[in-house]
Design a protein around this ligand. Structure first.
Ligand SMILES: [Cu+2]
Length: 300
C-alpha cells in the first residue's frame, strides 16, 4: 500500500514538473523566466502598483519569503485587498521582476503586520532613532572585504554613497538593482574628475553568510574598483543596529537561513559625516544620486 502511494506521488510530481517545464519553454522572451507563485497579500502600495506578498517556496528561485512585488496589470492589483490569497505568475527578467495573471483564490487572516508598516508605523522608539538629513551618522564597526576592521570614519573628507544588500538576494529589482546602480555610479566616478572624492559603501545585512571572502568574490563579479568602493560585513547585531538607524528593516526566518525579508535604503553622506539624503526603496536612479553628488563634490 505504502509503496503504491509513493509511486503515485512520484508520478504526480513528475507530471507537475513536466507541465512546468513545458509552460516555461513556451514563454516568448528568451531572457525571461516565469514561476508559479502562491501567496497572501499583506499590504498594498497603489501608487507604486505594488503589493507585499508572503509566499511559499518558488522552486529553483527562492525560499518562502515576504517581499514587495510590482503588478504588471493595475486591474489585478485593484481587485485585491490585504489578506487575500492569490495565485499568479512571477516573471523574472535580467533586470526586472513583476507579477502577472494574479487571481484571488481565497482569504485568510494575516499572521503578522508587514515589515514596512512596522518601519513607518507608530513605533515611536524606533522613529526617534531614525537618521534624517542633517544628522551625523554613527561610525559603526565593520569588517571590509579584506577582513580589515574599519568604520565609516575611514571615509571622512569624502562624500559617501551607502547602501544595504545581501549577496544572495534572489530578486533582480532589489539588492541586485542596488549593485547595478552602484556599478553605474562607479562608471561616472571614473569618467568625471568632479566625483574624485566620492566613495561607495555596500553593507551586507546578512553578515553570517556574506563573509569577507564572499564579498570579495561579489565585488569581483561586479567589477568593483575596491579603491573607491568598499564592502562591509561584521557583527550581525552591530549591523542590524546600524542599518536600523537608516530605516532598514530585516527579518530573518529562524527556520530557513536563506529567507530574508527586507526593505532598501540608500544614503548620501557628506564629507563631514552628515546625512544629505536617504532614499527609500528601489525607485531612485543613479542620475538622482549624481545630482546630489555634484554640488557636494564641487564644494571643496
Ligand atoms: Cu534583496
Amino acid at each position: 500500500m505504502q509503496f503504491r502511494r509513493v509511486v503515485i506521488a512520484g508520478l504526480a510530481i513528475l507530471l507537475a514538473a513536466t507541465a512546468i517545464v513545458v509552460y516555461v519553454d513556451r514563454r516568448p522572451a528568451s531572457s525571461e523566466h516565469t514561476y508559479a507563485l502562491t501567496g497572501q497579500v499583506q499590504s498594498i502600495t497603489p501608487d507604486r502598483q505594488e503589493a507585499m506578498v508572503k509566499h511559499g517556496e518558488i522552486k529553483g528561485l527562492m525560499p518562502a519569503m515576504t517581499m514587495p512585488y510590482r503588478f504588471q496589470t493595475k486591474a489585478d492589483l485593484d481587485a485585491l485587498k490585504p489578506g487575500d490569497l492569490i495565485d499568479g505568475t512571477l516573471v523574472i527578467a535580467s533586470n526586472d521582476a513583476f507579477l502577472t495573471n494574479v487571481k484571488k483564490t481565497g482569504e485568510a487572516p494575516i499572521e503578522k503586520p508587514p515589515p514596512e508598516t512596522l518601519v513607518t508605523g507608530s513605533n515611536l522608539d524606533r522613529a526617534t532613532q531614525l537618521l534624517k538629513p542633517g544628522d551625523t551618522i554613527p561610525d559603526g564597526a565593520f569588517v571590509d572585504q579584506n577582513n580589515r576592521k574599519t568604520s565609516l570614519s575611514a571615509f571622512r573628507g569624502q562624500t559617501v554613497v551607502l547602501t544595504f544588500i545581501y549577496t544572495r538576494c534572489p530578486l533582480p529589482t532589489f539588492c541586485p538593482m542596488m549593485d547595478r546602480h552602484f556599478v553605474t555610479l562607479q562608471e561616472h566616478m571614473k569618467a568625471d574628475a568632479a566625483l574624485k572624492r566620492v566613495h561607495l559603501v555596500t553593507i551586507s545585512f546578512d553578515p553570517t553568510r556574506d563573509t569577507p571572502a564572499v564579498l570579495r568574490a561579489h565585488a569581483k563579479e561586479l567589477d568593483a574598483d575596491l579603491t573607491t568602493w568598499t564592502f562591509f560585513t561584521g557583527d550581525e547585531k552591530a549591523i542590524d543596529a546600524f542599518a536600523g538607524k537608516f530605516g532598514v528593516y530585516v527579518v530573518k526566518n529562524p527556520n530557513d537561513q536563506r529567507d530574508i525579508t527586507h526593505n532598501l535604503r540608500t544614503a548620501v553622506i557628506g564629507p563631514d559625516g552628515v546625512v544629505k539624503k536617504i532614499y527609500t526603496g528601489n525607485e531612485w536612479t543613479p542620475e538622482d544620486i549624481l545630482m546630489d553628488l555634484k554640488p557636494v563634490a564641487n564644494a571643496d
